[in-house]
Design a protein around this ligand. Structure first.
Ligand SMILES: Cc1cc2nc3c(=O)[nH]c(=O)nc-3n(C[C@H](O)[C@H](O)[C@H](O)COP(=O)(O)O)c2cc1C
Length: 142
């Protein structure tokens, strides 16, 4: 099987998103990502986005290029890229994670939002991936 390419970034929303106003982004993402065999999730917290994209390398990089040009967000920070043997979110063309409370792995995700606010990229790709590995196991059981 081809290797799965993963990219994680955070960004700052340029416009205020209220409940429901992210729906358009999710809808377009799901349509495009299904076509490009991309899976992952997008979450929004206090004015910042965190997105996990996985799929064929070329497709993920093309998608990220489009995302970087989107004026609805700014200060995009890539925290890591990795290759792996399997997808962490195979069933999510673009999962919507609305509430990070109450999961063991959430503290680590919330730390990523702090890095986003400080403008600092995450340093350690291996530990970054283990955060999402744990998260993917936790969210499956909810
Ligand atoms: C935070 C954020 C996340 C996004 N995630 C995706 C995504 O996963 N896939 C995608 O195709 N577009 C995503 N978009 C939308 C793209 O920036 C762009 O608007 C869209 O891909 C254009 O699609 P179209 O050319 O089919 O209209 C995202 C936009 C934002 C602001």
């Amino acid at each position: 099987m081809d290797q799965v390419f993963t990219l994680v970034y955070t960004s700052q929303a340029s416009v205020e998103f209220k409940d429901g106003s992210l729906e358009e982004i999710y809808a377009i993402s799901r349509r495009n990502n299904l076509n490009s065999q991309i899976t992952g999730f997008l979450t929004y917290r206090q004015g910042y986005f965190l997105q996990f994209l996985e799929g064929p390398k070329e497709e993920v990089l093309n998608c990220f290029k489009r995302i970087q040009k989107d004026s609805r967000h700014t200060s995009i920070i890539k925290h890591g890229e990795a290759l792996s043997n399997k997808r962490l979110f195979p069933d999510w063309a673009m999962g919507e994670v609305t509430n990070l409370n109450g999961l063991t792995s959430s503290d680590n995700l919330i730390d990523l939002f702090e890095l986003a606010k400080n403008g600092t990229p995450y340093q350690d790709v291996q530990s970054l991936m283990s955060i999402f590995n744990l998260f993917s196991k936790e969210v499956k059981v909810i």
